[in-house]
Design a protein around this ligand. Structure first.
Ligand SMILES: Cc1cc2nc3c(=O)[nH]c(=O)nc-3n(C[C@H](O)[C@H](O)[C@H](O)COP(=O)(O)OP(=O)(O)OC[C@H]3O[C@@H](n4cnc5c(N)ncnc54)[C@H](O)[C@@H]3O)c2cc1C
Length: 478
């Protein structure tokens, strides 16, 4: 255990979306300095982008895990609540800290908070240092030949890969030099867990938040899933993807750890998987350069898109009662587990934006509240991509047919049968379009349409024509 050098001033390590001790550059730097360390987590009451319900549930357990990890190293996580610009300088004064270290947040609205905290500390002559702990590549280092940010994924990723591997992960510290105990709030008193009602049973049954669980999930995936990732990543009824997204979103594991673990398994199986990590970086880089990504379409002509808000359609969508089995299965899985397979995210988003003509921002907000991996950059990037209004996105006129998507990616209907059990006895032929099944087949499967399961709330062929007409109206403005 390294000796604490008490002649050195204490250092505050401000944890945010980096709730881990391994490969944590700010923590590693604090340990290297040799003085007492004050690990801090601040519940920011004026956070520019507050967490949704499912992410708050996750945060509770992630903090519990971080407390445990830090105490094993001899440290104590200090929990405080308030405005960062008030709490952090106050804690620095209270503890005699000479420096505050953190890993950067690249969302410009959060970076503005960090800049205000840095100024408040500078006035008090307290040092601030920040690090990249959340992305493979720092957005400031990735520019095209004209010095501009990349707006298309493929050249972006090619450029990233040309830089060589991201740095190897930093080892877990052996021990922390503890600071004498400071006042800390109790995690149980924070409003993170749902109480009245407690809707978290499905989340508890599905997930184990925390750094240990993230590490275990990564090694299981590398051992058992990675080699078949490309073949299985689009099949929602299989455990074909890593399911690391909430762990990555809370920084319980870093993308560099994931990168190097995947590469150790061999270049070929890793290639397609690394590309998905590349999409994560790309979304974060896009938000960094285009701060209004979560609010405004990047293609300006979409500002005048003739949306058709319809509350009955919206309510059917979020309840998983649209009458399209694959859409309903996805929305019910999301509600129950706080997570949705990427293929399903695309299918349900396309249905909302193109079949129902409901604005993508409303879907994004629902995802923000219900996903355990809700992440501002990937969520906004995903919705703009599906809606066709991002710079690099699926063309608007490419409209998913929910029946064909179901037949292609859930050919035996296993995913639908799991999440829409009232259809479980329908033969495969009709599982994605029960409304075309003959009456005797429906009766044999115990289904009366309209009673046990709704007929489609909209005819896809009609909806498709309506969407294309709406698109024609803004195309002239492009
Ligand atoms: C409408 C929509 C909204 C989305 N919202 C979010 C969100 O809030 N948070 C989130 O983390 N992802 C979001 N995604 C991206 C993607 O669906 C999830 O990251 C992925 O499903 C997570 O599953 P996994 O960890 O098994 O992924 P894997 O296939 O195992 O991929 C590994 C990692 O790469 C990253 N990744 C994979 N695909 C993407 C992608 N298309 N965009 C960005 N990163 C990606 C994730 O961090 C993921 O954990 C969204 C996609 C869409 C279409």
């Amino acid at each position: 255990m390294p000796a604490t050098d008490l002649s050195k001033s204490p250092v505050i390590v401000w944890f945010r979306r980096d709730l881990r001790v391994a490969d944590n550059p700010a923590l590693t730097e604090a340990v290297a300095r040799g003085g007492p360390i004050i690990p801090l987590y601040l519940l920011e009451e004026d956070a520019p982008r507050p967490l949704g319900g499912a992410a708050r549930w996750w945060l509770h357990y992630a903090l519990k895990s971080l407390c445990r990890e830090l105490s094993q190293l001899g440290g104590q996580l200090v929990l405080r609540r308030g405005r960062a610009v008030d709490v952090i300088p106050r804690l620095a004064e209270e503890s005699g800290a000479g420096a505050v270290l953190w890993n950067r947040r690249y969302d410009p609205s959060e970076a503005a908070v960090d800049a205000a905290v840095a100024s408040a500390l500078a006035i008090r002559q307290i040092e601030v240092r920040d690090f990249n702990g959340s992305l493979l590549f720092d957005p400031d280092t990735i520019r095209n030949r004209q010095g501009q940010p990349f707006q298309i994924f493929t050249p972006f990723w090619r450029f990233c890969l040309s830089l060589g591997e991201p740095p190897r992960p930093l080892p877990r510290p052996l021990a922390l030099s503890a600071h004498p105990p400071l006042r800390s709030e109790a995690l149980a008193d924070w409003p993170l867990q749902p109480r009245f009602p407690d809707w978290s049973a499905g989340l508890c049954a599905t997930w184990t938040p925390g750094e240990d669980a993230a590490t275990a999930r990564l090694s299981d995936f590398v051992d058992e899933g990675l080699a078949r990732y490309t073949q299985r990543r689009d099949l929602p009824d299989q455990d074909g993807t890593s399911r690391l997204s909430p762990h990555l979103a809370f920084g319980e594991i870093s993308p560099r750890q994931v990168w190097h673990a995947a590469c150790a398994a061999g270049a070929l199986p890793a290639e397609g998987y690394l590309r998905e990590l590349g999409w994560r970086d790309f979304c974060h880089h896009t938000l960094y350069h285009f701060p209004t990504l979560p609010e405004e379409p990047l293609r300006k002509e979409f500002q005048d898109f003739p949306w058709a808000a319809n509350d009955a359609h919206w309510n059917a969508f979020i309840a998983g009662r649209t009458g399209y089995p694959i859409v309903d299965a996805g929305m019910r899985a999301l509600w129950e587990t706080g997570w949705l397979h990427n293929r399903l995210r695309m299918i349900v988003a396309s249905f909302l934006v193109k079949d129902l003509l409901i604005p993508w921002q409303r879907g994004q907000e629902w995802f923000r509240d219900t996903l355990v991996d809700a992440d501002v950059a990937s969520n906004a990037g995903g919705w703009q991509w599906v809606a066709g209004c991002g710079i690099e996105s699926a063309p608007y006129f490419r409209i998913f047919n929910p029946v064909i998507q179901g037949e292609k990616y859930d050919p035996r209907g296993r995913y639908v049968r799991r999440w829409v059990p009232e259809l479980a006895r329908l033969p495969d032929l009709y599982i994605h379009q029960p409304w075309v099944a003959p009456p005797e087949i429906l009766a044999g499967a115990g289904i009366a349409l309209g009673r046990d399961y709704p007929p489609p709330i909209i005819d896809h062929a009609v909806a498709r024509r309506r969407a294309l007409l709406a698109y024609e109206r803004i195309r002239g403005a492009a």
